[in-house]
Design a binder for this molecule. Structure first.
Ligand code: AMP
Ligand code: MG
Length: 342
């Protein structure tokens, strides 16, 4: 299969191009497309065969359910049942946007989308290309991130091609996904309501609607998906938490040690520390006080280290507030060496 690349303007999408892409979805094939969080790999959510192709292309385990994307709040009722006031309050506040809700599913949603569960994850993205693609396809679109399973999520069409070239029909090149980490997932099917995965919407914002909401934790690990090792580059990641001078000194100690041992390594650093590490291979993800920028650059920095073929990445941790919680969650998962480690 040859993967076609279709360039579409993110601010003024050309409708004839969108129609071409949506036709591919209607025909049961796969289209990768940008959203405000990361690039998604889309298929008709009501077509089980099309959805199966997602699992095949990504090498994703079948028990890991997909998020269904809609272009109109009203379409929520086609995907989920028992939509109550809390749900409506949340979508009134945060949709379109990086918030995924887990709700009871409608019968029309095939088992392959939900991993056989009676619940479904659904969101309305805040990105013109994604919204018009879904609208033109006239069906909800199941779309996980458009990467190979376990790899860092793609924030550009180029990243998608690195993982999936030749395995999918079309990728829409619509620029860089601007948030850069995935949506926050909230489970509304079990009380107390909980956050299954931290993401684009912070817990502080959600507490305006659900004051008692907490992160769902199992054995101390945030529990989005069942996979501890996730979002991972080829290199091993070591996270150095903290901030300021002590953090920099710890990073330097590790760097010197790796250097002595002859390892190939890189340092993922905050802007303010860019001159602290001399000639070592340093990539910057954002200023420590701007989690938004750090999130936007995180996955592409990890992929850049893979291009450099480093064995180890020493990553400076960030403050766990707002998007910072999502960044630390992704770094921790990416740093798990093997599933057995946890
Ligand atoms: P992604 O790989 O970014 O598409 O994220 C999909 C994730 O959404 C899965 O790994 C699950 O953690 C979560 N998810 C999807 N559907 C459900 C569901 N019905 N119940 C709980 N979590 C879900
Ligand atoms: Mg994913």
């Amino acid at each position: 299969m040859v993967t076609e690349i279709l360039k579409i303007d993110a601010y003024a999408p050309d409708i004839s191009k969108i129609k071409k892409a949506s036709q591919i979805i209607k025909e049961g094939a796969l289209v990768a497309f940008p959203t405000e969080t990361v690039y998604g790999l889309g298929a008709d959510a009501l077509n089980p065969v099309a959805c199966a192709k997602i699992f095949q292309a990504k090498k994703r385990p079948l028990e890991d359910p997909l998020i269904v994307h809609i272009a109109d709040k009203q379409d929520l009722f086609k995907v989920a049942r028992e939509v109550d006031k809390i749900t409506l309050d949340l979508i009134g506040e945060f949709w379109p946007g990086p918030l995924t809700l887990v709700l009871k599913k409608q019968e029309a949603i095939p088992d392959i989308v939900t991993g056989g569960l009676d619940t479904v994850a659904v969101r309305m993205p805040n990105y013109k290309i994604a919204l018009s693609l879904i609208k033109e396809a006239k069906t909800p679109v199941a779309a996980p991130s458009a990467n190979l399973f376990g790899r860092p999520s793609p924030t550009s069409a180029q990243h998608v091609l690195e993982d999936l070239d030749g395995k999918i029909d079309l990728v829409i090149d619509g620029g860089s996904a601007n948030i850069g980490v995935e949506s926050t997932i909230v489970d509304l099917t079990r009380e107390p309501f909980s956050i299954l995965r931290p993401g684009g919407i912070g817990i502080e914002e959600l507490r305006r609607i659900i004051p008692q909401i907490e992160f769902y934790k199992k054995d101390g690990i945030l529990s989005a998906g069942m996979y501890p090792r996730h979002y991972a580059p080829n290199a091993k990641i070591l996270i150095v938490e903290g901030n300021g001078k002590t953090q920099v000194e710890k990073v330097k100690d590790l760097a010197r040690e790796f250097d002595l041992r002859g390892y190939r390594f890189g340092i993922l650093a905050k802007f303010e520390n860019k001159d602290r590490y001399g000639d070592f291979n340093v990539k910057l993800f954002g200023p420590g006080n701007d989690a938004v920028l750090c999130a936007a650059n995180l996955f592409s920095a990890l992929r850049d280290f893979d291009q450099d073929q480093v064995d180890v990445i020493i990553a400076e941790g960030v403050k766990e507030e707002g998007l910072g919680a999502a960044i630390m969650d992704r770094l921790r998962r990416a740093s798990v060496v093997s599933e057995k480690d946890v």
